[in-house]
Design a protein around this ligand. Structure first.
Ligand SMILES: [Zn+2]
Length: 286
């Protein structure tokens, strides 16, 4: 079963107004381990590892200049929105690269057994999830598949946009088109986090749906400044947008969406794998 990310997180975005303090489950970074008893995070370098410090990625079917989203609205024909999904994917990938690896773009649909992260857009109207990731997919070892469900964005994007404006979790000047860009960008950042071996903070000490054991790799005490991009609104009741707005004390824009310093440190730990010590990781003091 893939790790699914539900859209509820974007609709139920509690933002009471004004800045608030983050709790531990909103800032700690959780990774997947070899086993329940192991002290070793999975080595992502080994998973993708053909080349040292390079992760191949494949963008299957995102438009090279624009991808169309036909956003359903309550009282009119669908609004056709074009966004440059490839550019947003590249921007999202670049935000993870301070974690000591780079991404290398491979053209074409990946062959089975070819290692890397596949990112693709799907249209599955019957699936009530925004996106999902199958990390190191069994049967295609070394290949992670990220799927973003365009149908779901089309069906629910407009109501989520109105709710985000109402809650002030996004800046009042954000257009529907900009909101869909923010949503897509946030989704790719989060799903790539799964592709790097990170998982939802509430799964600390539990198994995820891929039957990986999950454990905190960067405790919340390291930095309290910003929420983890791996925040799972579906079970935590708060979206990244809402929580980040609370931290900043204002509605957010796309420039406020990024992996936290702890997320980057977590990606580095997951990439190296093996026994690790937090004291050897460069993390900014809070
Ligand atoms: Zn997720």
């Amino acid at each position: 079963m893939p790790i699914k990310c539900f859209f509820l997180l974007l609709i139920v975005c509690l933002y009471p107004g004004g800045a608030f303090a983050l709790d531990d489950s909103q800032t700690r970074v959780v990774g997947i381990f070899d086993s329940e008893t192991s002290r070793n995070p999975i080595g992502v370098r080994e998973v993708y590892g053909a080349e040292l410090n390079v992760i191949n990625h494949y963008i299957s079917n995102l438009g090279s200049t624009a991808t169309t989203f036909n956003i359903v609205t309550p009282d009119a024909a669908p609004t056709s929105i074009q966004i440059n999904t490839q550019e947003l994917v590249q921007r999202a990938l670049a935000m993870w690269t301070p974690a000591e690896f780079t991404f290398n773009s491979i053209a074409g649909y990946p062959e089975r057994g070819r290692r890397g992260i596949l990112i693709e857009l799907v249209d599955i109207p019957t699936d009530e999830s925004l996106a999902w990731t199958i990390f190191n997919n069994m049967g295609t070892t070394g290949q992670t598949r990220i799927r973003v469900n365009r149908s779901f964005i089309e069906q629910h994007g407009e109501s989520a946009y109105r709710m985000a404006l109402y809650n002030h979790s996004i800046d009042a000047g954000i257009s529907l088109r900009s909101y869909i860009e923010m949503l897509f960008f946030n989704t790719i950042l989060h799903e790539v986090g799964h592709g790097l071996g990170l998982t939802h903070p509430l799964l600390n000490g539990q198994f995820d749906s891929n039957n990986n054991y999950c454990r905190t790799i960067v405790p919340a005490s390291i930095t309290q400044k910003s929420p983890t991009i791996m925040l799972d609104g579906a079970t935590q009741g708060q979206s990244y947008f809402g929580v980040q707005a609370g931290v900043l004390g204002r509605g957010i824009t796309i420039d406020d969406i990024r992996p936290s310093t702890s997320d980057i440190a977590g990606a580095r730990i997951m990439y190296r794998g093996g026994a690790y010590s937090l004291w050897h990781i460069d993390v900014e003091a809070p």
